[in-house]
Ligand binder design. Structure first.
Ligand SMILES: [Fe+2]
Length: 337
């Protein structure tokens, strides 16, 4: 099913050794039966997702692929040649929705539309055509972070699928394993103290959608950066010693909004962690080719992106919760996260 597997740190690299054959049609048929509409091909969190998952598990290619991905038991997987290149959007996104429902429960990435599949690409005009985005918003780099860090239940995983690779010298995908963050911080006494403090102190994360809107109503979620690893359910992914919740700009704005939590020691620890995340820790850095699937553990890896100039670069992202949407607390991350 998956061939040529190699590992670098917590990431597995594999090539697909299968053909979807008629199973893509079968997936499309099943989803067409259950969805009233495809929500502009972005789908939505299906109200009967638990039942739908059981039905999809009977599609052989999907079942084998899921088993292969789960069997790798890594914090990140890069699978080259998924086999969806050139498909019409609705067919490609149907396959991605089905795959993510096999891995967990896909969440709505956009509060307004409820879309599950989100297009990561340059947007010359915002939806509705109301305003132009800035150059940096369109093609800028993304600092290392975990998704949904400012919400109560960050999704455990997400996928990125490369529809069109960047044809320029940028747009590299970046990943850092939690163990490498730990190693970087353990190099100095200050780093060790920062790791300790960020695992025991409540840290305020400001919700970006609120400050982006210039709203006076400041919304902050408070949690440690390093949390305890959850008790592993049988068959779930193994985790390292701790989980991570990280988004530097959100914390800096959170500290400004909550002076009661702001101390010089915490500020120093946040700066040291930012240094480890941006430069100090070992990282995976690659321009992913078209038709690559990346599966990332959002609790045990940081991710980011380098600047790019090719506006045709196009990825699809879907976030995946370990628990059904009906059991989740609070919203999912913001679309640009
Ligand atoms: Fe992200």
């Amino acid at each position: 099913m998956l061939t040529c597997i190699s590992h670098i740190g917590g990431i597995a690299f594999a090539k697909s050794g299968f053909s979807w054959d008629a199973d893509l049609d079968l997936i499309f048929e099943i989803l067409s039966k259950h969805f009233d509409h495809f929500n502009d091909n972005g789908f939505y969190a299906h109200p009967d997702e638990v039942e739908l998952r059981k039905e999809l598990a009977r599609v052989p290619t999907l079942a084998h692929l899921t088993e292969g991905l789960r069997g790798l038991r890594t914090n990140g997987t890069v699978l080259y040649g998924l086999g969806l290149e050139g498909l019409p959007e609705e067919r490609r996104n149907a396959a991605l929705y089905a795959l993510t429902l096999m891995l967990g429960y896909p969440t709505s990435t956009d509060q307004r539309t409820g879309r599950v599949a989100w297009d990561v690409r340059a947007r010359p005009v915002e939806e509705g055509g109301r305003r132009f985005t800035t150059f940096s918003e369109r093609v800028g780099r993304a600092d290392m972070h975990t998704d949904s860090s400012f919400y109560p239940m960050p999704e455990e995983q997400f996928i990125l699928y490369v529809v069109n690779a960047a044809r320029c010298n940028g747009g590299h995908s970046l990943l850092i394993d939690a163990e490498d963050i730990h190693t970087a911080l353990q190099r100095t006494p200050e780093g060790r103290a920062a790791f300790e403090l960020l695992g025991t102190t409540p840290v305020p994360f400001r919700v970006p959608a609120v400050y982006a809107a210039g709203d006076d109503n400041v919304e902050v979620f408070v949690a440690p950066v390093f949390g305890p690893t959850k008790i592993k359910r049988s068959g779930s992914r193994p985790g390292p010693r701790f989980t991570m919740r990280w988004r530097y700009d959100s914390i800096v704005k959170g500290l400004d909004a909550r002076p009661d939590l702001d101390t010089p020691a915490l500020r120093d620890a946040v700066e040291l962690m930012n240094e480890a995340a941006e430069t100090g820790a070992d990282r995976f850095c690659e321009q992913l080719p078209t038709d690559t699937l990346m599966v990332v553990d959002n609790h045990h890896m940081l991710h980011g992106r380098t600047t790019y100039t090719d506006e045709k670069r196009h990825l699809v992202r879907i976030r995946i919760s370990d628990v059904p949407n009906a059991e989740r607390i609070g919203p999912s991350g913001v679309s640009k996260d």
